[in-house]
Every structure is written in C-alpha cells, then in structure tokens.
Design a protein around this ligand. Structure first.
Ligand code: PAF
Length: 274
C-alpha cells in the first residue's frame, strides 16, 4: 500500500491507475470501514482510502481533540484489506490556509443530526468535496450508519454534477446489535453492556410498523421514554421518508427510523430502514 500526504504526490500517483474507488474515513478503523474497503474492490481498479480527522465538521464543544487517532494500526488493517493507496493528509496539507469557501447544504443540514450539530454537514460536505477533488474517484463508498451524511453527499454529488457514483454500505454490527462506531471506544464496560438497547428498541419500532402501526409519533415517544428510563439522554428518534428524510406523508412510502442518544458522555447514532 502506498501512502501519500501531499495532494500533488497523490495526484501523480493516481494518474495511471484506471477507475478509482474511494473510501474516505477519519481513521480508528473498525469492521464497518473494512467492509467498505472490501466492497470497494468490486467497483474499480484502484482502491483509495483516506484518513483525515476533519476539524471543520466538529462543533466547538465536540470531541475533535479526543477523537481516537490510531494511524499505525489503521495502516495495517488497510493493507490487509487490499487497499492500494492511502491518502493521509496533515491539516496543513488539506487546509494550508484558513478554509473560507464552503459547501452549504440546504435545509437537510438543519434537521435531525444537523439540528444538534450545527455546521456539521457543512463541514462534511466541504471536506468530502475537497477530498473528491484530490482523489478524483469515479466511485465513492459511505456507510449507511451515517444515513443523513450519505444523503447529503448523494444529493450534493448529483446537484453539482460531480462525475462520481455514490455507493452506500450496510451498517456492520457487533453480535449484540450495537452498530460499530469509533465512538463506541468511549463507552465504559457498563455503558457498552447497555448500548445495544438503542438498536433493540429501533427493531421493536420496526416490528410495530410491520404489524400495521401508523402512529409514528407514539412509537417515537415510546422509544424515547424507554431510553430515558434506562438513563439515556435522547436528541431525537424520528421516523422519516427514506427519499428526503422529511416526516412520512404516507405509510406506504419507504421509511427509515433514525436516532441519536447519549449514554454518559458518548453520543451514539443509529438507524434502520423499516
Ligand atoms: O464519516 C466519516 O468518517 C466522515 O464524516 C467523512 C465522510 C470521512 C468526512 O470527514
């Protein structure tokens, strides 16, 4: 695996490499990321991963400083997964001057996670655009665990006519159902044992919808109450249309339930398509 930190070196290395498939990450890689790397192989000739903890997408009181940085272990995992090229820019490689031009997503950046993380999706859209410009891939893969992020990136790519196919990878879960996330590492042993409740309750909500329940507000409230009773602090549990993440207009539209809730100091997100 070749590793580049400078944009010019990366571009030179990728020139003769055919169809490029790209998987951007912030490192601290787990089986969910590795699954994306493995899927990437089927989409082109050269698999490129990136590792960059992007300051722009973290709020002032969020975990940018303590976000786990495990570069050597990540490199070993990427090499073992058959990744061809790793782009690992430093902050001054990617932001050599203060970033003053941004990609501003529309209203979708102000709802759900965007409501609780102002500026987050603007930071994501901006860095993903910049990474796309560095790597110039034909295909890029993103995990469905960050459902809203995937939608923002899909819509941005389409509306800005970026010649890149966006592919969503299924969420990878631990045996007890907890969605894999770098932030799971913040959980204490007791919190880790409690954490699968979020997925369990989302599955119960899905079951209720499958059995014909259409009072989504009641279902959302019930999940929030059960989380609260178990000591969680919930930002949102929301049944939304898969197409645009707006509230359901009909029970026949494909739906997804999305949730964000805090266990101690750790904010977990999850979602399942209904
Ligand atoms: O999902 C992530 O890890 C990040 O948001 C991404 C897409 C790499 C942009 O920094």
């Amino acid at each position: 695996m070749h590793i580049h930190s400078a944009i010019a070196d990366l571009r030179a290395a990728l020139k003769p490499r055919g169809r490029i498939v790209f998987v951007p990450t912030m490192g601290n890689l787990h089986a969910g990321h590795i699954s994306l790397m493995q899927q990437a192989r089927a989409h082109g000739d050269t698999v490129v991963a990136s590792i960059f903890v992007n300051r722009l997408q973290f709020g002032p009181n969020e975990d940018f400083d303590k976000y786990p940085r495990t570069f050597q272990a990540d490199c070993d995992k990427l090499a073992a997964a058959g990744v061809d090229v790793l782009f690992a820019p430093t902050e001054s490689d990617l932001y050599p001057e203060p970033q003053e031009y941004f990609i501003e997503p529309p209203g979708i950046q102000d709802v759900l996670d965007g409501e609780f993380r102002p500026g987050h999706f603007r930071g994501v859209a901006t860095v993903v655009t910049k990474l796309f410009n560095c790597v110039q891939p034909q295909v890029a893969l993103f995990g469905k665990k960050d459902y809203q992020q995937l939608m923002v990136i899909r819509n941005m790519t389409r509306q800005l006519a970026m010649p890149i196919d966006i592919v969503g990878g299924e969420t990878v879960r631990a045996d007890d159902g907890l969605a894999l996330s770098s932030r799971n590492g913040y959980l204490s042993a007791a919190e880790r044992a409690e954490a699968p409740r979020l997925y369990r309750l989302l599955c119960e909500l899905r079951q209720a919808v499958r059995c014909g329940e259409t009072d989504f507000v009641k279902l959302e409230k019930s999940v929030i109450e059960q989380l609260t009773a178990a000591g969680w602090k919930t930002d949102y549990v929301a049944v939304r249309q898969q197409s645009d993440l707006t509230p359901p207009e009909s029970a026949n539209a494909p739906l997804v339930v999305l949730a964000a809730s805090r266990l101690g100091n750790t904010r977990l997100i999850d979602n399942i398509e209904l």
